[in-house]
Ligand binder design. Sequence first.
Ligand SMILES: Nc1nc2c(ncn2[C@@H]2O[C@H](COP(=O)(O)OP(=O)(O)OP(=O)(O)O)[C@@H](O)[C@H]2O)c(=O)[nH]1
Length: 368
Amino acid sequence: MKRKKSKAQQKHRNLNNYYNRLMQHAWQNENILSRFQQIELCLMRCESFAELIKVLLNECKTQFELEQVALILLDPHHEIQQQLHNYKFNYQNNFPNLFFHTNNQKLLQLFQNDLSPQLGPYNAALHADLFKQPASTVYSIALLPLTHDDQILGTFILGDSTPERFSEQSATDFLQHLSAVISISINMTISRDRLKHNSLNDALTGINNRRFFDQRLSEEISRCKRLQIPISCLFIDVDNFKHFNDTYGHASGDLVLKQVAGIIRNELRLSDIVGRYGGEEFAILLPDTDHRTAVEIAERIRVSIQKHRYKFDKHMLQVTVSIGIADSQKFADENRTLNEIGNILIAAADKALYKAKNAGRNCIAINE
Ligand SMILES: Nc1nc2c(ncn2[C@@H]2O[C@H](COP(=O)(O)OP(=O)(O)OP(=O)(O)O)[C@@H](O)[C@H]2O)c(=O)[nH]1
């Protein structure tokens, strides 16, 4: 009877232990799920690829309490890197564990034709170059494949200091799901950045377009008005460009426009705004620049363009520009809206440009 009772107690204890283990497991899973969901929400909310990188390489590391995380992306034509550069995102210094590969060899080698999460011990021979800093404290590793249309586009790497965290026996369903969400988020943010860039930039010259310029016009006027500082505007037009195109061909004309845009940009501060306003016409906003300084800048640009030689085929070509200058001081009347001031400023610079054309071209003119 006594033996029977202790057997029952033992069974009860075993059941209790089993139940506790199950509860602990369920609690752990719930905890993991909640962390995954939080990260997924952060990934989905990212407005740009730069933001996404921050979530992947900073938030994931903290949220999942990892030793190291890294991201490798396939970028055969350096387009993604160029895009980050366009948005002035300094990833080399801030995110050393972000890598770009020009071909998929290394990625395929890591996954060996099985595009599912690969979990296991850290293997220096295979994993040493996955992290920038030596990973002496990483003992287990999870490689998440990032794919698009069944093609590998990269991998997200999680490194942990405990050998058992990522093992071949671990369940991979959470990681599989995370892999898919990261892949979608990468594609979406990169496409969004590209669309945004294309809608605000001129494809030929690489500088901003008229839409961007018009958007910034009232913002800059508002800022300058608030700070009570002057703002000037330049309109630059290449002289006799039709004749140039007719003589040397459209391709040489394109080359000139690209280089003229580059020269203008080089003569300005980063805070100045340059836009390709029309075919061979460029508009510039010079915040915190009075009339006298605007005249000096315009003359500097005119001289630089005149001095430059454009190498095309066997020719060394030369062009000149005419520049119209206007400043806001005369129009910054309290009763005018920002749009009105912007329109008047643009019209004044345009009028000054025609004065310069009428004065014989290759010169600057001021709107009185
Ligand atoms: N190559 C090239 N030419 C362009 C582009 N956009 C506009 N143009 C040309 O720029 C020329 C502008 O000619 P016009 O407006 O007559 O002016 P212009 O010959 O420069 O004469 P002025 O402005 O009076 O000195 C036209 O022939 C356009 O075809 C472009 O993207 N590439």
